[in-house]
Design a protein around this ligand. Structure first.
Ligand SMILES: [Zn+2]
Length: 603
């Protein structure tokens, strides 16, 4: 003989992949879900705790599902071992039995027993759902009842009327919450209109709350969840206030039992506005921590898709839990996470498993400190998440968080963006040396990119000049003379640009000028054509001095760059001198003459 509630619990476990995790792969579970959704379970019956179902697949397969011990289950399909047909049966039966109490038993006329829900009393989307779902309809009525009963009584509604309403409510709630359980309500039971903390009154309250919780966790459709959650909260609050000492243990036990449905409910209200979610989760946590069930509180938190980690509330909850000494201390509190001493271990485990969602959620609700903590505690690095966190922190002027997340990213991958962002952060913190060196790294990663000006624009004048000079040095080291000079000229550092050109041209007879140099030469020629001629002509003559076609060719390229630069700056006259010198050289060097002609430098 199976106890109805334990049987239901076992069945309910089988509606989630966790219930099957040891016996079949998750994808098989989801195939089973599809089967159930497609209505492939064509019949089922229950005998001695075993469900016999027929599932339509390639053929009709017969399933014997032992809900208490799945591994003893059998299916006539060729798969062998636990299969999708079993999952389909479990889901199908779980779904059907939830409403069976109403469908199969005598129909509950909720309007007659509990009064009509008037037009406009609930939002229209709630009314629509109520029309199709007796469980939801009950939920709303129950909420209304609990809410209004004391006032109605005070205004003359008879106690027997309220008693009838309450009993109908309980009957319906029981029927919905445990569709397969026998319902026994003693006729002489005291009416649960007011919470009068008698054992029977308490039992009624418990039952009603549980019914709500179950409806909320399982059956209420998504559209109703926000509304239902709100009413549920009021209901629980009513039963939770000022509990006499005699009942405090039961009170805590009740809330402990509520943890799972609460967690599910919290999870379902993701579509609510931020403020509502906030209020709800704060309340849930307060309730759960009152009940001294740290683990449940943490599970409820993690059920926000690993979501919410409000440092303040969590710490308060943990402190409260630790302060209870008449209650078994949850094993999770024995050791603590070193980095965040007040986060008990179970949460660390949750972070390990859900850090991605948790960081997203924390960012979504703007709890940057929490996001940062989670990021530090997570088992693997994640550049994307760190960048998003850093950006959010920068927007919020939380420089320390931005810096720490960027550093995490930077140690893994030194991209220009990371360094530029880090430079920005350092700069805002007044660490101009740090900012400069980060920017230098950024330049190193991408010395000539279009983002350069944007990076520079972020630096204050003092740090900016230093950064530019340092970067120019780096560019010169990479023999990017044009980029170095261009950068310095762009920043108005003409003097430094000349020095860079001088330094860059050391040994330049050994190589040819790179692209972009002509523009630089044009600008420098406009400043001081003679000085430019001196510098570049020397390179050309040194190249010629090396002798050989290759050297002549290099010399010609330097000369061509100089020529074009001078011409562009309108200093063609300065070129004539150079040409005269080179022409003289070429008299005794026919190969040089050929090259100069080929480059268009001699007629
Ligand atoms: Zn099968």
């Amino acid at each position: 003989m199976h106890h109805a509630s334990s049987w239901r619990k076992a069945l309910r476990d089988l509606t989630s992949p966790l219930g099957w995790q040891d016996v079949l792969p998750e994808y098989v579970f989801y195939r089973g879900v599809e089967y159930a959704d497609e209505g492939r379970v064509i019949s089922w019956s229950l005998q001695d705790g075993v469900i016999c179902g027929v599932v339509r697949g390639a053929a009709d397969y017969r399933v014997l599902l032992h809900v208490d011990d799945v591994e003893r289950s059998r299916c006539s399909c060729p798969y062998g071992g636990p299969c999708k047909h079993m999952v389909a049966v479990a889901l199908h039966v779980a779904r059907e039995t939830r409403l069976d109490g109403i469908r199969a038993g005598q129909p509950l006329d909720l309007d007659a027993r509990l009064g009509v829900i008037a037009d406009g009393e609930v939002p229209s989307y709630v009314a629509e759902v109520m029309a199709a779902r007796p469980d939801v309809s009950l939920l709303v009525r129950a909420a209304r009842f609990v809410h209004t009963a004391p006032a109605r009584w005070a205004h003359g509604v008879s106690l027997s009327t309220l008693e009838q309403e309450a009993r109908a409510l309980l009957l319906a709630a029981d029927a919905i919450a445990q569709g397969d359980a026998a319902i026994t309500v003693r006729r002489d039971a005291p009416p649960p209109v007011n919470v009068t903390y008698t054992d029977a009154g308490w039992a009624s309250a418990e039952r009603l709350i549980q019914a709500f919780a179950e409806a909320l966790a399982g059956a209420a459709p998504a559209a109703i969840a926000p509304y239902a959650v709100c009413e549920f909260r009021r209901l629980v609050a009513r039963f939770g206030d000022d509990v006499p000492d005699d009942y405090s243990y039961r009170h805590r036990a009740l809330f402990r039992a509520l943890a799972a449905p609460l967690a599910t409910a919290v999870k379902r209200i993701g579509e609510l506005g931020e403020a509502a979610v906030d209020a709800w989760r704060a309340w849930s946590l307060a309730k759960l921590s009152e009940a001294a069930c740290a683990e449940e509180a943490l599970v409820a938190l993690s059920a926000l898709q690993g979501g919410w980690l409000d440092a303040h509330h969590l710490r308060a909850a943990c402190e409260r839990i630790v302060a209870f000494d008449d209650f078994p201390r949850p094993p999770g509190l024995d050791g603590c996470v070193p980095h965040v001493p007040w986060i008990p271990r179970p949460l660390a485990t949750l972070i390990e498993e859900n850090w991605r969602e948790m960081i997203d959620f924390a960012l979504q609700v703007g709890d940057l400190a929490a996001a940062d903590e989670i990021a530090r505690m997570r088992p693997v690095a994640d550049r994307e998440a760190d960048m998003r966190l850093a950006e959010a922190a920068m927007n919020a002027l939380q420089w320390a968080i931005a810096e720490s997340s960027l550093k995490r990213t930077a140690t893994r991958l030194s991209s220009a963006d990371v360094w530029a962002m880090l430079a920005h952060v350092m700069d805002r913190q007044g660490k101009s040396d740090g900012a400069t060196s980060c920017l230098r790294e950024a330049f190193l990663c991408d010395p000539t990119g279009d983002r350069r000006d944007a990076w520079l624009a972020r630096l204050p004048r003092g740090a900016r000049r230093d950064a530019v000079v340092q970067c120019a040095h780096l560019l010169l080291n990479h023999r990017q003379i044009a980029a170095a000079c261009d950068l310095l000229l762009h920043e108005g550092c003409v003097h430094d640009a000349w020095r860079a050109l001088e330094a860059g041209l050391q040994g330049a007879e050994m190589w040819s000028p790179g692209p972009g140099l002509e523009g630089v030469m044009a600008r420098l020629a406009a400043e001081d054509a003679d000085r430019l001629v001196q510098l570049v002509a020397r390179v050309a003559l040194e190249a010629i001095g090396l002798r050989g076609r290759d050297a002549y060719r290099r010399a010609c390229r330097w000369l061509a760059a100089l020529h074009n630069g001078l011409t562009a700056a309108g200093r063609g006259a300065a070129w004539d001198e150079v040409r005269a010198v080179v022409a003289l050289e070429s008299r005794s060097l026919p190969a040089l003459r050929d090259e100069l002609r080929a480059a268009g430098l001699l007629p």
